[in-house]
Design a protein around this ligand. Sequence first.
Ligand SMILES: [Zn+2]
Length: 496
Amino acid sequence: MLVLVVPHAQGTAPPSPLTLISRDGRRPVPTTLVNGQEFIALDDLASLFQLAVRDDALAGGVTVSYKGRTIVASADQPMASVNGRVVTLPAAMTRVGRRLFVPVDFIARAVAPIYDTPIDLRRASRLLIVGNIRVARVTTRIDAVGPPTRATIEVTPALLVSQAADAGRVLVRVEADVIDPAPPPAPAGLIDQIQTGTQTTTVAIALNARAGTPRVSTTTTTESTRVTIEVPLAAPSQDTSTAPPPPALPALPAPTGPAPPALPALSGPKLQTMVIDPGHGGDDNGVRGPKGTLEKQVALEVARKLKTLIETRLGVRVVMTRDEDRSVSPDERDAIANNSKADLFLSLHANGAPSADVKGTEVYYLRLDRAGEEARRSTAATELVLPVISGGTRPIDVIPWDLAQAAHVDASSRFASMLEEELEKRGPMGPRPLQQAPMRVLSGANMPAALVEIGYLTSADQERSIQSADVQGGLVQGIYDAIVRFRAFLESPPSQ
Ligand SMILES: [Zn+2]
């Protein structure tokens, strides 16, 4: 019988390199993923930090030295000796081709302790900060949808900020060398978009057309600086067609570094919210493997890992249709997706087959029946309603709710193909890797949607492998890579 093959010592590129920030500027630092673990080449590290590296056959590893201080990295154990003190690493050194790679944590745990200037590895924001750089952690949140809509920008540590505001937007510049932004919240109320760039130190908040002039105030404590923004509705009597134009924004002082690039037209990112739908739950176990593994359980495990990766790497809001062991009807799953105005829907399942030999990952998107085909051809029919969580129903689209998916089948098919291509790089695919099928849970989703059967639990091999962190990590990475590609597809200008 075949066993799932996890490629060993064969790296793949993570979605973005680390960015090294020092007094000299910024530069990308390439890393590579091996079995879900992020590694950096030892020769790259040596040139970045002026380290000397030599093989140390006696110690059974590699000696790294810097100004008379040494690190001995073990060849086969996930540990290193740093100036005589042992530190653990998430993985041992590995060889890819002729180059040696160490886990990126090697930088923080082994190099930083022997280095002259501070080194701060911030994995969530992909930053490697070298030297005394003023880094501001910037967290934006919406406190009240309103109106008035209230938002807070928290800057840690306390630093000077300058701001400018008019009825269209609020700009807040932080007097730091670099900002380390937390993923911004989804826009709400009178706020249409929040941009926290990593290339500038400005937070830009775009306001709704109905917004009046916002009030912005700043308070500072010993720990942080807090900018409070209150956006009222525009005065109803105001006739905007004859009103004088609002005064131009005052220029922001430009203390350090290049000016931020001109703000684009603030058309929001096309992938802001996605829904992950772990199949089954509660009384409904789904498929049960020969050893008792339940589909509902592995679907939830993989969904949680995927959610974490998407939120930390992409800053996309992820809504789960369930995050515990409860039963959820297909309609409720779609209602959650439609209600949260998600831009993408992904359902996760594990498969079962009468033959224990069938295995592999499969991707599905919706096959329309005849009514669905008709709905797709004439999307301007009558006003119909979709179920939503709070208020029963509300008009969303012009197609019957169980045919909501009809308008998105082309995009869903693109997404499904990307999933198939990316998952194929990560593990074995099933006998029919990409399929179209009528599926209740996909039909009511008013957004591009696909379903992944991560593997066959009825295969004893796959039941075992699918529970391993490596295999789950590979699946999650493959799905993530497909989402990154699909986001680029959504944001690329139409080709015709
Ligand atoms: Zn299922």
